[in-house]
Write a protein of this length. Structure first.
Length: 273
């Protein structure tokens, strides 16, 4: 397997960093104008899509066309679906408690603090996590059996994430479920099917970059950082902290896996919430 052209990859890394920063700065301007920082969650997927498109354009003539197209399409599909879902879910809602709590602790100007700790930090994370996308786009290696596995892992993650989001949205839309905890469908197998699917997507994208030991090693930071963000960072940990006092949540947590899907544990009669 051939290694990427590093002389072409380095300028791409700089351009994709600029693209990620640009998306988050535009989002910052919109958020400040509207007084609503939860908008940054919508930009998360869009920033990844922008990075993938820039990498696709700049890798022309350097990477295998099939691999370039596959990794770009996979990233854009995932990013746009996530952004559209979050935009629809947050429509009509006020500020996210996470950002309100964070900015209440701002040591000085709240706007400048938000720019540093929320927007620029997320731009940096987008760039870091998207390293496999850029590495894969610049790889001259043609698609092979490992890439079929990678695509299957990505697809399984996307389906898991999308189905979990859809099940939760339908559950919340039913007035009879007001105040209850979703514990059906995929949510009976893991408390966070959307986060698990998200992690799986990025393991699949990482595998598309594993064309040499160098790219496999350089890209490994991506799925590891994403998994950490989803489990011990701003994802699962903060959400479960807010849910801890909800009636029935402790019983749900006791019988349901926190991340990796598995059949629910047997126990007392389930509290339908």
């Amino acid at each position: 397997m051939s290694a990427p052209d590093w002389s072409a990859l380095v300028p791409c890394l700089l351009a994709t960093a600029a693209a990620a920063v640009a998306v988050l700065l535009v989002t910052f301007a919109v958020a400040v104008r509207r007084g609503l920082h939860r908008i940054v969650d919508v930009a998360w997927g869009l920033a990844f899509a922008a990075v993938a498109v820039v990498a696709f354009v700049l890798s022309d003539g350097h990477g295998d066309d099939g691999r370039r197209l596959l990794v770009t399409a996979a990233t854009v599909v995932w990013g746009l679906r996530l952004s559209l879902h979050i935009a629809h879910r947050s429509r009509g809602h006020g500020e996210d408690p996470r950002y309100a709590e964070l900015l209440d602790k701002a040591p000085g100007n709240r706007t400048r603090y938000a720019l540093r700790t929320v927007y620029l930090s997320q731009a940096g994370l987008v760039w870091l996590i998207s390293l496999p996308v850029q590495l894969a786009a610049h790889s001259p290696s043609p698609l092979g059996p490992l890439d079929a596995v990678a695509t299957a892992v990505w697809a399984a993650g996307l389906v898991f994430e999308a189905v979990g989001d859809r099940q939760l949205a339908r559950f919340k839309a039913d007035p009879a479920h007001r105040g209850r905890i979703m514990d059906r469908g995929l949510w009976a197998w893991t408390r966070h099917p959307n986060y698990f699917g998200d992690a799986l997507v990025w393991w699949g994208l990482y595998l598309l970059a594993c064309t040499t030991w160098q790219t496999a090693l350089a890209g490994l930071v991506s799925p590891v950082v994403m998994a950490l963000l989803l489990t011990v960072g701003s994802g699962k940990r903060l959400l479960e902290k807010r849910m801890a006092d909800r009636p029935g949540y402790a019983a749900y947590a006791a019988r349901t896996s926190g991340f990796l899907p598995r059949p629910p544990r047997r126990g007392p009669s389930r509290h339908r919430r």
